[in-house]
Design a protein around this ligand. Sequence first.
Ligand code: CUO
Length: 662
Amino acid sequence: ADGVFLNRQISVLKLLQHLNQPLVDSDLTAYKESFSPLNNLNRYRDAEVVKQYVGLVESGKLLHRDGIFGLFNPEHRQQMIVLFETLYGASDWDTFFKTAVWARDRTNPRQFLYAFSVALLHREDCRGIKLPPQYEITPHVFLTTDVVRKAYQAKMTRTPTVIPMKFTGSANNPEQRVAYFGEDIGLNSHHAHWHMDFPFWWKPEYDGDKDRKGELFFYMHHQAVARFDAERLSNDLPVVQPLEWDKKIVEGFAPGASYENGQEFPMRPDNMQFSDLPWLTVQDMRLYEGRIRDAIASGFVRTAEGKLVSLNNTVGINYLGEVVESSVHSVNPVFYGKLHNDAHVLLSKVTDPKLRYGVPPGVMEHFETATRDPAFFRLHKHVDNIFKLHKDLLPPYDVSELEFPGVKVEAVKVIGTCKASTPNQLITYFDESHIDLGNAVDTATHKQVVDIKAVVSRLNHEPFKYVITVNSKRPVNAIVRIFLAPKYDWFGQKVPLDAARWGVIELDRFPVKLVNGDTVITRSSDQSTVTIPEPKSYPELVNDVERAVRGEVDFVYDKHHRHCGLPHRLLLPKGKPEGMDFKLYVVISDFDKDVVSSEVNVDDLHHISSLGYCGVLDGKIPDGKPMGFPFDRRIPSEELFLTPNMKVVNLVIKNVRQKPVE
Ligand code: CUO
């Protein structure tokens, strides 16, 4: 990486340190005095928006620094958008960064962080810059209160400490068995970043066209639910039941965490019922959902102008995703409401719906924390069922859409790289990961650094590779799509393909060139295009850049770096100690038919990282097939479905106590 980039990268890291306290770094504080947005109005796309933001600051109307920023709170969000537009509209890096420094100490820290992060992720001149992990910038919202308390103790006594963090709940709660998944910090980070890359409040006038954002909303959450169900089956729990507006929310949840200002995240007891909020009733939810269901049944949505838009095609899901989420792109937010977003708020406020007790927002009201609550998956199962209704009304793929004439998958093998590996048997285990708590307790002015970390247990798996032998009658370009599905349901019954298909987990999707005759494709698990590698911890990242500045190491500049993506550790579901049966599906399709434009070249796609669940940041998603193809539609006949370009093999996933020897 060059000096300009390194300078930007280190500036960002410095800016986000100790966000709850005023900046002390002298390199940055210099800007605080020397730069003023109002004196530089010609350096922004929209001077009015800059004036609006400065006006908010000066009038004292901005959310207090000690307040709790909630993205679903319309006022908080509007303020954040004004700051975002100011930062995003800055005409060059210099203006952008100086504005950020100006805003940092004047804005609520998490409100600032959100606006700054989204602006950074979308600015052309910030491509490749790495944000530190969310859970190390604002550790409070990710950590349990007891860990934070212990961290303070360690700080007071200046004792370097490693504090074990347990999953919330107790063994009396069966849901506890899958807490390792919902509470995984990497999963929460992936989810938070997905919503930063595809904000529901993203306006059409911002540039960057957010290709298939509504469909991605469906698919990323659909996969999260499918994965949660596979984890549940791995732990002898039945698949998650959808929430219904009129039924009890059976599972409670106690986050055991506190906001930076000391207020506790509310706990929800078992069997709560949805109730009306002052501005939103449960009846509204039924009404909006009824309209959405009517739209699906009739095969079209009605736009705000009264036009009918057909859903009976491959783009129908995109319209529906925007409507259900509901994003600014919804064709008719007044008529269809904000079903999914409002459900997050209803759940978050369910213990104090009349706002009588000043209870702060629940975990469901922040994308950074939502997946901790089992109700997150129940809500998204409900939402997913709405999408399923639509997909089930589309005609099943016929053979001509499934087959790839002349191409036959001869053999599929999955091989773990551990010493004791058996073919088609993969190993998962739990390992330990450290979270740096420097920003939870350190004071920015306190020079003496005490090493304080939390240690959490995380699901991981042995590295493995797929070996796929394909025979082709001619040299041709292809896309390999790999999926995994549990073989048996909770009752121990074999799952028929038409039921299993909705629960398949996407493991990988990548282009290949097939030669005339046999091609042996070898693909390692860590190349997966649904996952991202483990992010570096905050101090590690700082250290790497500082060393690169001194010329000691090279800091790899990757323009295509993504923060969104399932943590690679979670690629495989846990499985069982005695081994759990899965089916692995390999589908080879015709690259030239699938890609969105003839200009997409097989050789140009290697930079794509977490395309599967996170799409792309610029331009069009190269793979034009509906997400989840070919499992997204009904499969009336297994025999007709499995054309020669597909193959299914049995796979066993075994969870062991200790990391196997590589
Ligand atoms: Cu991601 Cu409900 O959209 O959490």
